[in-house]
Design a protein. Structure first.
Length: 308
């Protein structure tokens, strides 16, 4: 990508983060302080378990170094705004999901570069790639801070100073964020289509298994902490639906020659939409089945069968 394209890409990412902040209110953060168990569980799964287990996966499973580096980068990214939408559709705790996305995006200004550089350097194959490219850690921190922390701060300020504007424009930014994600994915796949076809099995298997791991980490952490079903769903989706757009932005900025990384992040951008909506559908079916079993009509039928 050209320098102009990279600038435009990072500006669009910043606009996405600004849109997330418009939906946040001080009450969301006060709720997190009053009831921190759920959000802290999600953030720990997001920034501690997910990168660590991904690093372990890259050591245990033979894979190209570019694929491993792409997986580590995606695992280091925070949850994306799509997790808020799917959480709402899945009847999860939407307020907590939005709060976690906002807090995770702020924390990611430090945690994403730190986790990525730390775990990439702990794998001999990916560490060699980092040495060849020589990414300055301070440059990575600055880019992520400008793309995440600054627009979130501005969005929070705007939501407080102009709540009417924030309420009217927030849906627009959500639509833009999804269209932008599709645009990033399309650019990455179209540009590297011959290579994607040549190594499709490796890329697809890596993305599908890694996404399943992320969803499982979120659900198991919430289950171990004995959180309510709505909170469990929110955490599962927050950990399992990563901000792959941010990952692509970092890749295009610092790793333009590593097309395998771009394909992994783009594949995540497609697959997590499918897996998120698929999981939402399964939960809806489960809720309907439970509702049917506990409905008064069902109970009356059971009693009638008993009398017969």
């Amino acid at each position: 990508m050209s320098s102009t394209s990279l600038l435009l890409l990072n500006l669009i990412l910043a606009m996405m983060m600004f849109g997330i902040a418009l939906s946040l209110k001080p009450a969301d953060f006060r709720q997190v302080v009053r009831q921190p168990k759920g959000p802290l569980t999600g953030l720990a799964a997001q920034f501690v378990l997910m990168p660590a287990l991904t690093w372990l996966l890259t050591l245990l499973v033979p894979m190209p170094a570019e694929v491993a580096l792409g997986l580590i980068l995606v695992a280091s990214c925070p949850g994306g705004s799509f997790s808020n939408i799917v959480t709402y559709l899945a009847k999860g705790n939407t307020a907590m999901s939005i709060s976690m996305t906002g807090i995770a995006s702020v924390a990611a200004a430090f945690m994403t570069p730190f986790n990525f550089m730390f775990y990439a350097s702990m794998n001999p194959h990916t560490a060699q790639l980092l040495k060849q490219i020589a990414v300055p850690p301070e440059s990575l921190f600055i880019v992520v801070a400008l793309v995440l922390a600054l627009p979130l701060t501005l969005g929070l300020f705007c939501s407080q100073m102009a709540p009417g504007f924030a309420k009217r424009s927030e849906p627009f930014f959500r639509i833009i964020s999804l269209l932008t994600l599709f645009g990033f994915v399309a650019i990455a796949l179209i540009t590297n289509w011959p290579r994607f076809i040549a190594g499709a099995s490796v890329f697809l298997l890596a993305v599908i298994f890694h996404n399943a791991l992320a969803l499982a980490i979120g659900w198991l952490c919430a289950w171990v902490m004995k959180l309510p079903v709505a909170d469990r769903r929110a955490i599962t989706l927050e950990v399992g639906l990563q901000n792959s757009g941010l990952g692509l932005g970092i890749i295009f900025t610092f790793f333009g020659d590593l097309t395998g990384m771009a394909i992994i992040a783009a594949g995540w951008g497609i697959w997590h939409l499918i897996s998120g909506m698929g999981l939402c559908y399964c939960w809806h079916r489960l809720d309907n089945r439970r509702a049917a079993l506990t409905s008064p009509v069902s109970s009356t039928r059971e009693q009638h069968k008993g009398t017969l």
